[in-house]
Design a protein around this ligand. Structure first.
Ligand SMILES: CC(C)(COP(=O)(O)OP(=O)(O)OC[C@H]1O[C@@H](n2cnc3c(N)ncnc32)[C@H](O)[C@@H]1OP(=O)(O)O)[C@@H](O)C(=O)NCCC(=O)NCCS
Length: 186
């Protein structure tokens, strides 16, 4: 891991959601996120179920969110898994940066198909960004999403990110969004 500071909270709560570390009972939901063709349309397509199962068996479901800034998004009433969210560092050797050194904070999110269209990705992202803004110095935060991923771009705009450029990665055009971390302070 780089020496750049990360969000250290292991739990973040909002009105409807709890961002938390994975439990073994999240296994089926996490496998669905990797294998659902609709969820994976702009993420390189669905992964083979057997490969994903092997990965969870080898790593252990509860260990898949060990990295700081990596969360399961759960319904805070039922604890059911809704999706995952990451606020990690965008490695300097990938394209899409706004600073010389790279390694900026980067937000990404993935919701089960059944949870789309209810404002839950917005609520999860806003809560994570607010927690990061309270803990970390002001700095740019990036979102990279395929330009064809209109749902994700609507969310990026609603969160207050500016679209600053496009570039090619994974054989597709990506849009780079940027915001100042402290713009998410409550
Ligand atoms: C990208 C993704 C997270 C967006 O999910 P989403 O539910 O559309 O996102 P939001 O939380 O912003 O919800 C917005 C929708 O909820 C509706 N909504 C309902 N109540 C709402 C509320 N209280 N607040 C905001 N929006 C609300 C909005 O009208 C909007 O619906 P619409 O897009 O049909 O107009 C989801 O499509 C997904 O997981 N895609 C697959 C993974 C992916 O591509 N990730 C991006 C890579 S970083």
């Amino acid at each position: 891991m780089s020496g750049f500071p990360m969000l250290s909270a292991t739990e973040i709560t909002s009105d409807l959601l709890l961002l938390r570390k994975a439990h073994d009972t999240d296994r089926d939901g996490l496998i669905e996120l990797q294998t659902d063709p609709q969820v994976r349309v702009y993420l390189g397509g669905p992964r083979a179920r057997s490969d994903v199962e092997q990965y969870f068996d080898a790593v252990g479901t509860a260990n898949t969110t060990n990295k700081p800034g990596t969360y399961v998004i759960a319904d805070n009433a039922t604890d059911r898994l809704i999706g995952t969210l990451m606020l990690n560092r965008r490695s300097a050797d990938r394209p899409g940066h706004v600073t010389e050194d790279g390694e900026e904070l980067e937000l990404s999110y993935l919701l089960r198909r059944s949870a789309w269209g209810a404002g839950l990705a917005f609520e999860a992202a806003a809560a994570a960004l607010r927690a990061a803004a309270e803990e970390l110095p002001d700095q740019p935060v990036l979102v990279v999403t395929q330009t064809a991923n209109e749902r994700s771009l609507r969310l990026v705009t609603r969160l207050g990110f500016q679209r600053v450029s496009t570039f090619e990665e994974h054989d597709a055009q990506q849009t780079l969004g940027v915001a100042s971390l402290h713009s998410f302070n409550a």
